[in-house]
Design a protein around this ligand. Sequence first.
Ligand SMILES: [Zn+2]
Length: 91
Amino acid sequence: MPERCPVCNQDFKIEPGFYIGALWTSFPIVIVIMTILSIFLLAYLKMEMNLFFVVISVILFSLQPVIIRLARAIWINIFVDFEKDAPKKLL
Ligand SMILES: [Zn+2]
């Protein structure tokens, strides 16, 4: 994760432990992905349970880098507003 936003120079390290709250935004994302995958794999493909757990684990582990970044972006957007033409602060 970069130190600052390349567009608006927002400091991404607001305080220690700031992104712990991003766990609460990644959780519903994982639930939505798991629900859609479960319906597809179990109901549509009629996959066996053992194979299903292996497949869904591999998919969710491989999606973690994307999910974590998305959850952090959602979390910081809850607390920090984006102003398109704000002047860059030099710190
Ligand atoms: Zn920015």
